[in-house]
Structure formats: C-alpha cells, structure tokens
Design a protein around this ligand. Structure first.
Ligand code: HEM
Length: 392
C-alpha cells in the first residue's frame, strides 16, 4: 500500500513568490512529490509527472470547486471544466485561433500596434519596459482579437489584474472580490453594448464568433470565457517579452547570434522555458492515484509545476541558464492535454516574430543600466515586475 507523499511545513508563499527556482531544484532531487502545507496542495516538480497529469483529465480534473475563481469570474470558466462541456466552450472560440485567421487578421494588427507602441518610446531615456511597452502592447492586441477594441489599454490591464487577483484570493478577503466585481461589471457593460455591432457586421473576433454561432453557448459562458481570456492573455505575453529581453541583454553573445541568424522565435521559446509565465496549474484528483510510489488520495489538489518541469535536469543540460542555442528546447510553458494554451500561436507571432525583432531593430544598443533594479516576482504567474532599460 503506497504512503502519502512527505509533508513540508517550511516552504512559505513569500519564498515561492520571491524565487521558487532553488526550491524546485531541491525538490526535484529530494522530494519530487511533496505535500506543501503553505499551499494545501501536492507539488509535482518533475517534467514527466506534470505532463502525465495534464494529459490524464479523466483522473486529474480541472474542475476545482474550492478555488475562488468561480466567485471572481461570476461563473465557472472553460479553464475549470472537463470533457464534453469544456470542449464545447473551447470550440466556441476556436475560430479566432485558427492559423489562417491568426495570419490574415491578427498578425497585421499586431504588427501595426507594435510599430506604433515602439515608435512612441522615448529614445535616449531609461524606461521601465513593463508599463511602457510590454503591458500595453499585450493588452491592445488582445482587445483586438477578442473584439473589444473600445476598451482602453488601462482598462484591459486593470480588469486582467483584478480578475487574476480575485481568482487567487484564497483568503476570501473582501477587497480583491470588490475589485473583481467592478471588473466584471465593466466588462459586462462593454460586451452588452457590442452585440448590435457584431450582429450587423460579424467578423473573426472571439466575441463576434461566439454570439453569431449557429448554436451559441450560453451568454453567461460567452462572457465568462471572454473574461478568462482577458485574465489569461495579457500577463503571459507581457512577461514573456520582459523575460526574453532580460535573457538576451544579460547574454550579449547570444543576442549577437540571434540578431545575425534572425532567431527571435528561438529566443522566445527559450525565454518561456527558462521562466514560464504561468508557472503552475492545479488539478483535482478524481480517484486515488499513485505517482512515484506516493499515494495521491481522491479529492487532493495537485500542482503541476511547469516552471520546474522546464528546468528538469533529466530533460535539459544546464537547465538553470538562459541559452537560446541549447540542444533541446521543447518545454511545457503552454501546458499540454485538453487545456493546452489556446493562444499559443498568437503569442508566438506577437512576441517571437513581431515585437522582439522590431524592438531590437529600433534600439540596437538597448541595455539594462542597473541589473539590481530588475525585479522578479511571482509564484502562480512570474516575470520581471520592473525592468528599466536604456533606449538607444
Ligand atoms: C507566452 C504567452 C502565453 C503562455 C506562456 C500561456 C500559457 C498557458 C497555459 C500554461 C495554459 C494552460 C493552463 C492549464 O493547463 O490549466 C493556458 C491556457 C489558455 N490560454 Fe494561454 N498562454 C499565453 C498566451 C495566451 C494568449 C495571448 C491567449 C489569448 C489570446 C491565451 C489564451 C488561453 C486560453 C483561452 C486558455 C484556456 C484554454 C483551456 O482551458 O482550454 N494564452 N495558457
């Protein structure tokens, strides 16, 4: 009879938010399956285990009734559904993510937005790339794709953060829910006002496709899934841009080679391997399971830590380093299984093929004047929260 996984009572949420990587490195060696008291969940830190769990939805469900996400989003979003119900809702948006639609409709718009936002950066000055470029660029592109261009960059980013904070409000405190409620109200009010526009002139935006479908999903779910895309479609490209810029600027030899060979997509893939923008994903165990000889009882929540999987020594050499030219860069940053990131193609274009080459073309001598001013944070989501660069 297998035993429960060992229990850790020392790891804190603050340590994880500050820098989880040394902890994950130790856990991969010592306790790859570990119950972590501070999170109330079982950590899985090895690549084979995180991949296995996400690919076995019949045993590991995305429907976690104990998270505050449903409260924060006023509905259960597709991210927390399984099986046919999940598929139906995911398919409702799928038309916006088709390769042809991405290439014909979104890539030209992202290019235009990138041009505009990079052009307005103040040459010769030190600016924090997060609010000056990476955040607004990601917000604008997403507003276009979802069909809510009427929202400002500020609104998109504020809604996104409020929904994320609400979904992560495990203390069930009032203030984060007050902010997510306000975001819900504002998003609903904007979407309400857009029905007639898209009924009159349908297009390939996610909102238009969903409301004009022959058999539309429930309106509440259309709104919920637009909101999950707002919560899950801004942070990651933003953090990926900042992470890759940092990785390249602190490895000038690699930057030179990337410029010479036009390897921006490789630089992007390695960036999200190195620091996965979504670091962890939870699943609820539906039947008693066993991983590496440990019993994971029915009802437990496991955290598949793709951030750690992406640095697993069994898969990568010198895994802790940013190395665009490593032999193997397949990673789990977009997840796998039925919930694999629906926006991965858009993100690959928006960051790897559009923003990175443009930024380094316009500012060929871009630099980080003071490395100590670059601040990294985050356990669930991670990236530089401040990255001052000299624009020249
Ligand atoms: C570098 C950028 C991105 C990264 C690293 C990323 C990562 C992820 C991951 C790991 C998941 C799976 C979560 C799970 O298994 O529970 C996911 C799901 C999702 N992502 Fe992304 N994402 C990125 C960009 C985007 C963008 C730009 C969009 C929208 C345009 C988007 C839309 C979604 C949606 C809708 C889901 C939910 C899919 C489902 O549950 O079926 N993502 N993303």
């Amino acid at each position: 009879m297998p035993k429960l996984a060992p229990l850790d009572e020392k790891i804190t949420l603050d340590q994880l938010a500050l820098n989880p990587y040394p902890i994950y490195q130790r856990l991969r060696q010592e306790s790859p399956v570990l119950r972590v008291k501070a999170t109330g969940r079982t950590f899985l830190t090895k690549a084979a285990d995180t991949q296995y769990v996400k690919g076995a939805p019949e045993l590991f469900s995305s429907d976690d009734p104990n998270t505050p996400m449903q409260r924060a989003f006023w509905a259960q979003t597709l991210m927390r559904k399984d099986g046919a119900e999940h598929r139906r809702e995911r398919m409702a948006m799928a038309g916006s993510f088709k390769p042809q639609v991405v290439e014909n409709d979104w890539v030209p718009r992202y290019q235009q937005i990138a041009e505009e936002y990079v052009s307005r950066l103040p040459r010769g000055q030190v600016v924090d790339l997060f609010p000056a470029l990476a955040g607004p660029y990601s917000a604008r592109g997403l507003a276009v794709l979802l069909g809510m261009e009427e929202a400002s960059d500020e609104q998109m980013q504020r809604w996104s953060q409020a929904l994320i904070d609400g979904a992560g409000n495990f203390a069930w405190a009032d203030e984060p829910f007050a902010r997510s409620d306000k975001a819900n109200e504002e998003v609903h009010s904007l979407l309400d006002s857009l029905h007639s526009k898209y009924q009159a002139a349908p297009d390939n935006t996610a909102f238009s496709l969903m409301i004009n479908a022959d058999e539309p999903i429930e309106l509440k779910q259309i709104y919920a899934n637009i909101k999950i895309a707002i919560g899950g479609g801004i942070n990651e490209p933003r953090d990926a841009i900042n992470t890759v810029v940092y990785g390249l600027l602190t490895n000038p030899d690699q930057l030179e080679e990337v410029k010479r060979c036009n390897d921006w997509s490789k630089a992007f893939e390695e960036g999200i391997r190195w620091v996965a923008p979504i670091q962890v994903s939870s699943r609820v165990v539906k039947e008693d399971a066993e991983i590496r000889g440990c019993l994971i009882p029915k009802g437990d929540t496991v955290m598949t830590i793709q951030a750690s999987a992406n640095r697993d020594e069994e898969v990568y050499e010198n895994a802790e380093a940013y190395d665009v030219y490593r032999a193997k860069c397949r990673h789990q940053a977009f997840g796998n299984g039925p919930h694999m990131c629906q926006g991965n193609r858009v993100a690959r274009h928006a960051v790897g093929e559009i923003m990175l080459p443009l930024l380094f073309d316009r500012f060929p001598n871009l630099s980080i004047p003071d490395d100590s001013k670059v601040l990294w944070r985050g356990f669930g989501f991670r990236g530089p929260v401040q990255i001052p660069v000299l624009l020249h």
